[in-house]
Design a protein around this ligand. Structure first.
Ligand SMILES: [Zn+2]
Length: 287
């Protein structure tokens, strides 16, 4: 219980800090009024919180208890020095989340739900809370498999979870860091410019940069894309760019409706980078 409060305070504090800073030094220019997005994303956050409490966390905790009791999972099987275990647990958790995120884009059923996260027309720290409850229910099944096969200790799992949440807030945020600092950070962390490219309306750009905490998995799987300045990025999914798509009820119902051709715009054109864009940040993350 005390741990939950500490984690809640850390995550709440970081979210508030990023929210404040991105108002003063934004990376991308907002295209939609904040108030409307704020209400929708806050509502998604409340539903997500309930889903995590009722499904994701119980599934994770039960699997952790079971792997501990039964000594199940890769980390229990390997003869490792004690210090290496939490380290390997961290790497494996992050790698498997890379695969899970990629599966959310590749598998049509999962994408129906993950799409709702991507149709937010602007990207900032509030987007980090905007996940459809359907995606979270699927992710609790994934976590049973993930934790079951890896077998991390409770503490290694809790430490990863905290870094995972903090990393998710950070890379969704719209904070404009000095480019040289961000390049340095990007060697070991997924950063706002890197994840901003993942939220682009251009399909090939959305299908890049899937990593959550460590950026190395994209390099390893050849899905890294750093050569797009933020000023040229339109956030969202082309076929879901109508204002009404982002009203709360519609956003909740979209996965259950007939799907549009995601990458085709209303005017029939497919995604292409036609204009470079000059408003906002024009730097390249790759040197
Ligand atoms: Zn995604």
């Amino acid at each position: 219980m005390r741990e939950t409060l500490v984690v809640g305070a850390v995550i709440g504090g970081l979210a508030s800090l990023l929210f404040l800073v991105e108002r003063f030094i934004p990376l991308r220019r907002a295209r939609h009024p904040l108030a409307g997005r704020l209400i929708v994303n806050l509502a998604f956050a409340l539903i997500a919180f309930a889903t995590v409490t009722l499904a994701v966390r119980p599934a994770a905790v039960a699997t952790l208890a079971w792997t501990g009791r039964a000594s199940f999972g890769l980390l229990h099987l390997l003869a490792l020095p004690e210090a290496a275990r939490p380290l390997l647990a961290f790497l494996l958790m992050d790698l498997t989340f890379y695969w899970w995120h990629r599966a959310n884009h590749r598998i049509r059923l999962l994408w129906r739900f993950h799409n709702v996260h991507h149709i937010d027309p602007d990207l900032d720290v509030t987007t980090a809370f905007r996940f459809h409850f359907g995606e979270l229910v699927f992710s609790s099944a994934f976590r049973v498999v993930q934790i079951g096969l890896i077998g991390p200790s409770l503490w290694a799992y809790a430490a990863y979870e905290l870094v995972f949440q903090a990393g998710t807030l950070f890379h969704h945020s719209n904070v404009r860091l000095p480019i040289r600092l961000e390049r340095l950070l990007n060697r070991v962390l997924v950063t706002p410019r890197m994840h901003g490219i993942h939220h682009s309306q251009v399909m090939t750009e959305t299908n890049s940069n899937y990593s959550t905490v460590l950026p190395w998995w994209d390099r390893l799987h050849s899905t890294l894309g750093l050569n797009v300045p933020q000023a040229g990025i339109e956030i969202g999914i082309p076929a879901y760019a109508r204002v009404e798509d982002n009203r709360l009820w519609n956003a909740i119902a979209i996965p259950f409706r007939r799907q549009r051709s995601y990458w085709r715009r209303e005017d029939g054109a497919t995604d292409k980078r036609e204009k470079g864009g000059t408003e906002g940040d024009t730097t390249f993350l790759a040197e």
